[in-house]
Design a protein around this ligand. Sequence first.
Ligand code: 9UX
Length: 69
Amino acid sequence: MATTTIKVSGMTCGGCVKSIENALNEQAGVLRVKANLDAGTVSIDFDAGAIAPAALEQAIEKAGFDVAA
Ligand code: 9UX
């Protein structure tokens, strides 16, 4: 298992948090998602053999949020 923390901009309310968590939880290989609204970060536990970190970022962007560098 791997863990990554991604900085997300545009995550400004509890609804945003839910949207991002839902988008990530839909991805095969994602085990656990925890978004931190105050910090603007999303921490994700995932199976590195099943999904690449870039795909996690793409799922966030597809949900309408920007991933910070
Ligand atoms: Mo609340 Mo977050 O309307 O986009 S869901 S700001």
